[in-house]
Design a protein. Structure first.
Length: 115
């Protein structure tokens, strides 16, 4: 059974930092393209950052220079380091794993950026 379990969300002030984690089980983690998505209230889910099995990384323009995605294949864990957080980063953040046509999602972790 595939499980993606996110953690690390919470309430943070503007300019602060958070690190999200996604612990994966039930998949061959190192073969999967892994990504972070987010969905703000009333908005569509959007891709935030993605890292392929080979280490190629892409970010949505709005987080470039502030967020860093990385993976630890030995720990089957995906991370998202988020710095210089802004109120517009407030959303539920979801972990995603893809391998060919197989797609898996985590349950999400809430990030709120507010003073």
């Amino acid at each position: 059974q595939v499980q993606l379990v996110e953690s690390g969300g919470g309430l943070v002030q503007p300019g602060g930092s958070l690190r999200l984690s996604c612990a994966a089980s039930g998949i061959i983690f190192k073969l999967h393209t892994m990504g972070w998505y987010r969905q703000a209230p009333g908005k569509d889910r959007e891709l935030v950052a993605v890292i392929t099995a080979g280490g190629t990384i892409n970010y949505v323009d709005s987080v470039k220079g502030r967020f860093t995605i990385y993976r630890d294949n030995a720990k089957n864990t995906l991370y998202l380091q988020m710095n210089s957080l802004k109120p517009e980063d407030t959303a539920d953040y979801y972990c995603n794993a893809r391998l060919f046509s197989a797609v898996h999602w985590g349950q999400g972790t809430q990030v709120t950026v507010s003073s």
